[in-house]
Design a protein around this ligand. Structure first.
Ligand SMILES: Cc1cc2nc3c(=O)[nH]c(=O)nc-3n(C[C@H](O)[C@H](O)[C@H](O)COP(=O)(O)O)c2cc1C
Length: 337
């Protein structure tokens, strides 16, 4: 093998050998991305919702809109009407009835019941899209006793910032209300120093924390993102977390930038909580055109991928956060023998 390689090198020259090798790598890379594309097409709900998990994800997306709607002060009555209609339709699926105890289904039922009761209490007619019979049927299936929002004050929210990990991590929530007061560069330096303790593949550390300190730019980016509508008025600083493709070098690492970025994101959220900064991550699951537009606004290199936005600030005196119930381990812990 060694001699064949040497002979080939002599005959073709090392430049051509390198070209052939690069061509091979490109083909494998293409094949892998194509395979990812096929699997995503087949198993995500982009095209079709044909399994319980896909339907559950659609339900979650919609009940989360209701949870977020309950945060507004004052409540915008009849909000998310289309979401309510769609939720009621999804909850009629046979597949869903077989999973009625699952936390996401219970959360959906809870939010719909609270939605109905809120409108009833305030004499707002919603019978054109949500009937009394539908409500009563849901109420019979509601097995949890919770409120869809959590109430906080600025003085109690950080009570557990120095507590043990369980209390600390359970005390962090996504907060969407800010005073508008800016956080100083010195504090950001401390936050990033702590967040930088996040592990990355081979310690490559290809993540950057970009703090947008200009309201016009923040508004432009949020307009592209679209997920923080109604909460951005008092937002005066926004983090754009990016991961740089230049740090990754094998075909197998093609998604490592997202893994490192995700791990960093969580550590950053905890670092912000530790430094008494409230935050709400805002997804960047957007098509490529969004990245191109944002790159120009922020001045990013093409090699950099936006992982997530994080709205940040100081907490207002009284604020609400979504309940966002979590699964119990019996829904997602598997032991493989
Ligand atoms: C990657 C990511 C993207 C998110 N995007 C948004 C968003 O666009 N808008 C929003 O209001 N919340 C967003 N959230 C916040 C989630 O809704 C929230 O984390 C979830 O409901 C759990 O609630 P908690 O963070 O209060 O525990 C995002 C969270 C993550 C981790």
């Amino acid at each position: 093998m060694y001699t064949i390689k040497n002979i080939a090198k002599k005959l073709l020259g090392s430049k051509n050998i390198e070209r052939i090798s690069n061509y091979r790598i490109k083909r494998v890379l293409k094949k892998n991305f194509l395979n990812d594309y096929k699997l995503y097409n087949k198993h995500s709900s982009v095209l079709i919702q044909d399994t319980y998990h896909k339907i559950e994800a659609e339900i979650t997306l919609r009940y989360h809109s209701l949870e977020k709607g309950f945060l507004h002060n004052p409540i915008r009555y009849r909000f998310a009407k289309k979401r309510v209609e769609e939720l009621l339709d999804y909850l009629r699926f046979d597949d869903v009835n077989g999973h009625i105890k699952n936390v996401q289904i219970q959360s959906a039922i809870l939010n719909l019941c609270v939605y109905y009761e809120l409108h009833l209490k305030n004499n707002i007619n919603i019978s054109d899209f949500f009937s009394k019979e539908e409500y009563e049927q849901l109420k019979r299936n509601l097995l949890i006793n919770e409120q869809p929002v959590k109430y906080h004050t600025s003085s109690d929210y950080f009570n557990f910032r120095l507590s043990n990990f369980e209390q600390f991590s359970k005390s962090r929530c996504s907060v969407r209300d800010f005073t508008g007061e800016k956080i100083s560069l010195e504090i950001f330096q401390e936050v990033v120093e702590l967040a930088n303790q996040a592990p990355t593949v081979c310690n490559r550390q290809g993540i950057s924390v970009n703090i947008i300190d200009n309201k016009d730019k923040i508004d432009e980016i949020l307009l592209i993102q679209g997920g923080l509508k109604g909460y951005s008025e008092s937002l005066s600083q926004l983090i754009v977390l990016t991961s740089d493709r230049s740090y990754f070098h094998t075909i197998g690492e093609r998604y490592q930038l997202y893994i490192d970025g995700g791990i960093y994101l969580m550590n950053l959220l905890y670092a912000l909580h530790y430094y008494e900064i409230v935050a709400c991550p805002a997804h960047w699951g957007l098509p490529i055109e969004a990245d191109i537009k944002a790159q120009k606004i922020i001045g990013l290199n093409e090699s950099e991928k936006i992982i997530c936005l994080i709205a940040i600030g100081k907490p207002v005196k009284n604020f609400k956060t979504t309940l966002s119930l979590r699964r119990s381990y019996n829904e997602n812990l598997r032991v493989i023998n």
